[in-house]
Design a protein around this ligand. Structure first.
Ligand code: ATP
Ligand code: MG
Length: 561
């Protein structure tokens, strides 16, 4: 299924849009994706991106990329750049429609003056603590500010002086004058502007007052003539305020806000604040660490963009919050890579095998399928020599019953090549295994025996003479707990970090051809899993990240719990 098809599948937002188009309320669909540039995008954002850009695509409308840049103390150009890269990588294009809330600062300021003139906004001198205290609770109404009844003239004068920088950070705010007794806390004279003496990445030092999210967002939607402003459920209670501003201002269009359930994933934290903490405190190696739920982390981990879009389609769009199993995301990745990834052989933990009856300097080349799932993927030549490596796991000196891999006296097939039999285990002085001495059957060339003799195990291998040393990074969930946010008293999500989430295998051996792949190339290592050449991968120092295992290990673990 592609994005377009899923968006054709019905969801409640599509139903609303269909109705709006039918009734003539709207003649085109304009959505927006409005990230705050205070961190990198994560898989939750991908859900919102696929929804907003997907709807625009389905209805032949447009989707704006709008940076919600109203908090200069937390926002940076690096984040803006990464957001653009990630949206593009996910396969979406905003064309000309790149906007910034800061583009509207002047209009927002003028509109705030209109509200003051209408007696619908006032400058408050209370401290942040006083404002909070006087806001009341869910069961008690708030108290009017002693500054609530300032004259329009005084408010205009103070607000202008706020803009001019006459007051210190936090000394005054501008508030909407709505209703301190409203059952909806958001309507109790919400703050519209605060004083913040901070440089802004785009407007520099032009402003020292900054509009709040609730005031900025709907007006930006209106200015851009957004028809369907889609956000997550926690903004449902903000909708009356969204509508209040739109009703009380001379906006050029009337947008409407709709809410859908945010994505939560098992084994994952999704708040940018927490992700920032993981990065800043070096629990991970940056925003694009392959263990991060960021789009850049998943890209580096080798998740194809298509599989993330597929995942977002499969989870759908609902109005009730829920938590999606990480295994579903991994399934989407696996399915995609199974179709598309080329197969290679690599040995993660090498054990040397010497074929004592194989000529010393001989090299044979075997044809290997690049992808059995794709007949057009062709074949490649894999070199075979007297000394080879197999996985340590594929040999046991004293095997249990039903162990079909290599053990003394047993015969197995080496993928694409010959049958071999283990004759002798050579040990180091400390008793550990140094190498295996085996013999091969020249008659079994190509992997089957002319006498019809059958073997049960098939192992992958790499030539010791021709193979190349590589670093393989095995990744696991960053958290031990399926709900990492839930921590015992006195602890937090950091206490749930999985100390085994990264295992570096520095002595892996790969097929020589793998040195030449470009960073980002995705592949399957036979019998091991799906891997990607890391960003740092070079011919001289090959590095691969494990994207996902071949089997659905986590789902199995969960079933057994
Ligand atoms: P976080 O809570 O992770 O800090 P945020 O909501 O503050 O995220 P924004 O940059 O404001 O981050 O989000 C941009 C858009 O992405 C918003 O429309 C928001 O609703 C949406 N979004 C954020 N997180 C999720 C999520 N987990 N699932 C779906 N949509 C999300
Ligand atoms: Mg936000």
């Amino acid at each position: 299924m592609n994005t377009e098809e899923t968006n054709k599948n019905s969801n409640f937002i599509r139903d609303i849009i269909d109705e709006d188009l039918k009734s003539g309320k709207h003649s085109e669909v304009v959505t927006r994706f409005p990230p705050e540039p205070n961190g990198y995008l994560h898989i939750g954002h991908a859900k919102s991106i696929c929804l907003n850009f997907g709807l625009a695509k389905t209805y032949n409308g447009r989707c704006h990329l709008r940076f919600d840049d109203t908090n200069p103390t937390k926002e940076e150009q690096e984040y803006i750049d990464s957001i653009k890269e990630d949206v593009r990588w996910l396969g979406f294009d905003w064309g000309e429609n790149e906007f910034y809330a800061s583009d509207y600062f002047e209009t927002l300021y003028e509109w705030a003056i209109l509200l003051i003139k209408d007696g619908k906004a006032y400058v408050d001198d209370q401290t942040a603590d006083e404002i909070r205290e006087n806001r009341g609770t869910l069961t008690e109404p708030g108290k009017n500010s002693p500054y609530r009844n300032r004259s329009v003239e005084e408010n205009l004068d103070l607000f202008e002086r706020m803009r001019k920088g006459e007051f210190k950070t936090g000394e005054k705010v501008l508030r909407a004058k709505i209703d301190m007794a409203s059952p909806n806390m958001n309507m109790r004279d919400p703050v519209m502007y605060r004083i913040l003496h901070a440089s802004h990445p785009r407007t520099g030092d032009k402003w020292c007052i900054y509009p709040m999210y609730d005031y900025t967002h709907g007006q930006s939607d209106a200015l851009e003539k957004i028809t369907h402003s889609i956000c997550t459920l926690e903004f449902q209670d903000h909708r009356p305020l969204y509508d209040w501003f739109v009703e009380n201002l001379p906006v050029p269009a009337v947008p409407h806000q709709y809410e859908f359930a945010r994505l939560n994933l098992t084994y994952t934290v999704m708040s940018k604040r927490k992700l920032l903490k993981l990065v800043k405190e070096n629990h991970v190696n940056g925003w694009d660490d392959p263990r991060m739920p960021t789009i850049s982390g998943m890209r580096r981990r080798g998740y194809p963009a298509e599989s993330i879009r597929d995942f977002c389609e499969r989870i759908g769009v609902a109005k009730a919050n829920s938590t999606v199993d990480f295994a579903l995301l991994e399934n989407c990745v696996r399915e995609n890579l199974n179709k598309n990834a080329l197969r290679f052989m690599a040995i993660t933990r090498p054990l040397k095998v010497v074929l004592t009856n194989y000529p010393e300097d001989q090299v044979e080349f075997f044809d290997a399928d690049n992808n059995p799932e794709d007949p057009n993927a062709g074949t490649r030549k894999v070199p075979f020599t007297r000394e080879l490596y197999i996985e340590q796991d594929d040999f046991m000196e004293n095997p249990p019953k039903k162990y079909f891999r290599l053990f003394p006296g047993n015969e197995v097939r080496l993928k694409h090549s010959y049958y071999i039999t283990c004759n002798e285990v050579i040990k180091n002085e400390d008793g550990s295994i140094k190498e295996l001495h085996c013999t091969y059957d020249p008659e079994s060339r190509g992997g089957s025996s002319p006498d019809g003799r059958r073997v049960k195990g098939t192992l992958h291998w790499v030539s010791a003479a021709k193979g190349v040393k590589a670093e393989i990074r095995m990744y696991d969930h960053l958290f031990n707990s399926s709900n990492p946010e839930k921590a015992e008293e006195g602890k937090d999500f950091l206490d749930n970090i999985n100390s085994q989430s990264l295992e570096i295998l520095a002595n892996a051996i790969i097929e020589p051809e793998l040195c030449n792949v470009a960073p980002g190339t995705k592949m399957q290592f036979l019998r091991i899993g799906y891997f990607v050449a890391d960003l740092s991968h070079t011919k001289e120092k090959p590095v691969f990240n494990r994207t996902v295992s071949l089997k659905d290990g986590w789902a199995r673990v969960q079933r057994n719990q």
